[in-house]
Design a protein around this ligand. Structure first.
Ligand SMILES: [Zn+2]
Ligand SMILES: [Zn+2]
Length: 135
């Protein structure tokens, strides 16, 4: 298990036991929604409330320690901050995979055609993952 104390401090966050557990959970699950995170954290901190988890998630988001992934028609999932990437979401099992794509061409063509000043692209591909295709 990784120790995220220093990483948290680098993001100006106090390394509380709850935040360390959130960091470790995100590291092992990759992407997780708040309900599942709550289920996991409750096993360790039996008096923790959903509100406390939201509060921690929000401050960790504000300080860019973690990032939110918005999945259409689903609850947002959270992951440890990393380089910009896109997501593949399986409609059958809900698995979420990271994929790094060069979107510079798409971005510049879109900006040229629409005169829109693009800050960010959130791309989610949905379909059936390899594992579910073989079931
Ligand atoms: Zn699947
Ligand atoms: Zn991701």
């Amino acid at each position: 298990m990784n120790n995220y104390s220093n990483a948290l401090r680098k993001h100006h966050l106090k390394a509380t036991p709850q935040r360390l557990e959130i960091a470790n959970t995100l590291a092992s699950y990759g992407h997780i929604n708040i309900d599942n995170l709550y289920e996991i954290l409750r096993k360790k901190f039996n008096s923790i409330s959903l509100a406390t988890i939201y509060k921690n998630i929000n401050i960790m988001l504000e300080n860019s320690f973690i990032q939110e992934v918005k999945i259409p028609h689903e609850k947002s999932v959270y992951e440890l901050s990393k380089e910009a990437h896109s997501h593949l979401v399986c409609d059958k099992c809900g698995a979420i995979e990271d994929i790094t794509l060069d979107l510079s061409q798409l971005s510049s063509t879109t900006a040229t055609n629409t005169h829109f000043k693009i800050d960010k692209i959130d791309l989610v591909f949905s379909g059936i993952c390899q594992k579910c295709q073989t079931l």
